[in-house]
Ligand binder design. Structure first.
Ligand SMILES: *Cc1c(COP(=O)(O)O)cnc(C)c1O
Length: 355
C-alpha cells in the first residue's frame, strides 16, 4: 500500500533526492568509492559544499555580506551558540512554544533576557501580537514556525531591532527577507535534508562583538573562516541537502514551494473546518502551513483512537499529535504532494460518513 509520510521530523524528502543520495553513497561521482569513505577535503567533495552554499544564497536571495554554514549539533546547539556569539548585554525572545523556550533558557546563561510576549498560558495556540520590542536589545529571537503547536509567522517581522530566526521547520518554504536577520538557523531534518546538519546563515559583520571568549567550535567565525571545514562536516546530510536544493530550484524555487504549501494547507484546513468530527487547535490567522494540528470535536472525543487506526490502515504515517497538544498533526513539508493531502482528506471524509 502507498504510504503518505506526515512525520514532523525527520520527515518526508522527495523520492529522487533519496535515490540520488543513495547512489552517491554506493559510488560517488563514479570514482569507485562511497561518499561515506572519502575525505571531506578532497577535490570531489568541495564542489558539493560550494554548490549547496551557492544554491542557498540563490534560492533565499541572500544579500552580500552573509555566510552560509553547515554545522553539527542540530538546531539545539544553535540555542546556545546564538547568545554565545551575539548577546552582549540584553536579548529579547518571543515565546511561541517549546523550541522558543529552550532557546531562551540557553540565552539566560549569557546575559539578560527579555521575554517580549508569550502565549504559554493558552498552550501556545496563537502568536502574540500586541507587544513592543525594547530597542536596547542586541537582537530579537523568533521561531518562525512552531513545529509542535502548529503556529507560524509567514511574514518577516517589522521591528526596530535585528532579528535572529529559528527556521528549522519552515526554511525554504517561502521567500525570506534575509536582510532583516543577523542570523537564521535551521536543523535540516524537517524541510531540507536528513538529520545531522544545521544550516546557518550569518551576517559577517555582526561577529566578534560579544565580550567573552568563545570556544573554537562554538564560534561562528571559525566556521566562516574555514568554509564549514574546520572539522569533518556531516558529508552525507550535506550531499542530501544539495540534492534537495537542486530539486527545489528545478520545481520553481521558494515562491513555488510557498504556493504549494498554501495550496496543501488550504485543502486540509478546509476539511478540518467542514468536517463535523474535527476542529483545528490554533487561532485561524496563525495557522501553520507546515504542521497542521487538529483534534476531535468534544462530542466525538472517543473516536480519536479509531480515527488514528483507520487513517494508519489507509497508509497515513506520522499523524499522531505531539503529546503537548494531543489529537493529530499532519506535517506537510515541501515534499508532501497534493495527492498525499487528498488521501488524508479522503480518510477524514470517509470516517465522518461512517459515524
Ligand atoms: C526540531 C526543531 C528544533 C530542534 O532541532 P534539533 O536539530 O533536533 O536540535 C528546534 N527548533 C525547531 C523550530 C524545531 O522544529
Amino acid at each position: 500500500m502507498k504510504k503518505y509520510n506526515f512525520n514532523a521530523g525527520p520527515s518526508i524528502l522527495p523520492r529522487e533526492v533519496i535515490e540520488n543520495t543513495a547512489k552517491q553513497i554506493l559510488d560517488f561521482n563514479g570514482i569507485g568509492l562511497s561518499l561515506a569513505e572519502i575525505s571531506h577535503r578532497s577535490k570531489d567533495f568541495q564542489p558539493v559544499v560550494d554548490e549547496a552554499v551557492a544554491l542557498i544564497k540563490e534560492l533565499l536571495d541572500v544579500p552580500e555580506g552573509y555566510s552560509v554554514l553547515f554545522l553539527g549539533g542540530g538546531a539545539s546547539l544553535e540555542f546556545c551558540m546564538i547568545p554565545y556569539n551575539f548577546l552582549i548585554k540584553k536579548a529579547a525572545y518571543l515565546n511561541t512554544g517549546t523550541w522558543a523556550k529552550k532557546a531562551m533558557k540557553e540565552a539566560k546563561l549569557f546575559g539578560e533576557v527579555v521575554e517580549v510576549a508569550s502565549s504559554a498560558d493558552a498552550n501556545y495556540t496563537f502568536i502574540p501580537k500586541d507587544w513592543t520590542c525594547p530597542t536596547d536589545v542586541d537582537y530579537l529571537h523568533i521561531t518562525t514556525n512552531n513545529t509542535i503547536y502548529g503556529t507560524e509567522m509567514r511574514k518577516d517581522l517589522d521591528v526596530p531591532v535585528r532579528l535572529i530566526g529559528d527556521m528549522s521547520s519552515d526554511i525554504f518554504s517561502r521567500p525570506v527577507d534575509v536582510a532583516k536577520y543577523d542570523c537564521i538557523y535551521a536543523g535540516a531534518q524537517k524541510n531540507l535534508s536528513m538529520a545531522g546538519v544545521t544550516v546557518v546563515i550569518v551576517k559577517n559583520d555582526t561577529l566578534g562583538k560579544a565580550p567573552r571568549e568563545i570556544p573554537t567550535m562554538l564560534n561562528y567565525q571559525t566556521h566562516v573562516d574555514k568554509g564549514s571545514m574546520f572539522n569533518t562536516p556531516p558529508v552525507i546530510p550535506i550531499y542530501c541537502a544539495l540534492e534537495n536544493l537542486r530539486w527545489i530550484k528545478k520545481m520553481g524555487g521558494v515562491k513555488e514551494m510557498d504556493r504549494r504549501a498554501l495550496e496543501r494547507a488550504d485543502m486540509l484546513y478546509s476539511e478540518i473546518d467542514r468536517n463535523k468530527l474535527f476542529r483545528g487547535t490554533v487561532a485561524t490567522e496563525d495557522r501553520s502551513v507546515m504542521n497542521i494540528c487538529f483534534v476531535m470535536n468534544d462530542e466525538y472525543a472517543e473516536l480519536e483512537k479509531p480515527f488514528f487506526e483507520y487513517a494508519t490502515a489507509q497508509g497515513m504515517v506520522g499523524i499522531k499529535g505531539h503529546r503537548s497538544v494531543g489529537g493529530f498533526r499532519a506535517s506537510c513539508y515541501n515534499a508532501m504532494t497534493v495527492e498525499g493531502v487528498q488521501a488524508l482528506v479522503k480518510c477524514m471524509k470517509d470516517f465522518e460518513a461512517q459515524h
